[in-house]
Design a protein around this ligand. Structure first.
Ligand code: ATP
Length: 270
């Protein structure tokens, strides 16, 4: 890490707000016990936008992402302060059903994690528990549509009742994306979704992210600047728990506004 320090009274530079936001975050602080991992972050994620979150290891990208669907509720000692809203509604409202919320704000993890069930059941499960299908025909349709949108239908349509864990890593990750899509989310959070995949499977997921943005809002944490550059509309650069800069992706990688962003993208630290 360079000797460049984050200014204590840091103000995020660039375009952190959006004219047509799906999610609005204001003055978000996240703590693990006494330790503060996220400092006063304010940002919007626009409708149908792909927002990339980048920054050195330990800068808080995953912590911030997990706050967006209350995944941090499951982490002992983790506390989230500030305002996190979707379509103007606070996601930290105590009356909100968290299971429902995680359907509306789905998540895809670093390592594909299909349930130990069939391909069909992996996709149908959420739709069943959320009561989205009235009949088997409805359910079949949801499964086919979701697998189609995840670009997996053709590869699996003849083996829907075989275990999801029998698929390749890239296919498993697309199955997890189909599972997230099946419950009609508004937002999909992706935490380094390609880090366990080979370049071909990675390219397929990146293509898919672009296609999915026609219907969903996507926030993706990635260690790969090339990936951020390829898939996202705007990029947010985090450093030591602070949001340093948010700008259109092309600008971040060609003409960053903050010297810390420049230091990171030119490889001076990471
Ligand atoms: N469960 C936890 N308990 C305590 N501290 C944690 C926990 N999870 C993360 N942290 C700390 O919070 C800070 C931010 O971590 P986080 O994983 O969000 O960073 P990151 O930018 O996603 O890192 P990486 O790129 O390495 O995944 C780090 O200092 C980390 O050690």
């Amino acid at each position: 890490m360079p000797d460049m320090k984050v200014n204590e009274k840091h103000v995020t530079v660039g375009k952190q707000f959006h004219d047509d936001p799906r999610m609005t975050m204001r003055n978000v602080n996240v703590f693990y016990g006494e330790k503060q991992a996220i400092h006063d972050v304010s940002i919007d994620i626009g409708k149908n936008e792909v927002m990339a979150m980048i920054g050195p290891s330990g800068c808080g990208k995953s912590t911030f992402l997990r706050s967006l669907n209350r995944m941090n509720d499951t982490v002992e000692g983790c506390r989230v302060e500030g305002e996190i809203c979707m379509d103007g509604e606070s996601l930290y409202n105590t009356k909100l059903d968290v299971v429902e919320l995680r359907a509306r704000v789905g998540m895809v993890f670093q390592k594909p994690n299909p349930f130990p069930k069939s391909i069909y059941e992996n996709v149908a499960y959420g739709a069943k528990i959320h009561g989205l299908a009235d009949s088997r025909i409805d359910l079949d349709e949801i499964v086919e549509n979701s697998l189609n949108k995840a670009g997996l239908w053709k590869e699996v349509k003849d083996r829907l009742h075989q275990p999801g864990t029998g698929l390749s890593g890239g296919q498993q990750q697309r199955l997890c994306i189909a599972r997230a899509i099946a419950v009609t989310p508004e937002v999909i959070l992706m935490d380094e979704p390609c880090s366990a995949l080979d370049p071909i499977a990675t390219a397929r997921i990146e293509e898919l992210i672009k296609e999915l943005s026609e219907n969903f809002t996507i926030a993706i944490v990635t260690h790969s600047m090339q990936q951020a550059a390829r898939v996202s509309d705007r990029t947010a650069y985090f450093h030591l728990g602070q949001l340093i800069e948010v700008n259109p992706t092309e600008q971040v990688f060609t003409m960053p506004e903050h010297e810390l962003t420049e230091g990171y993208i030119t490889g001076r630290f990471g």
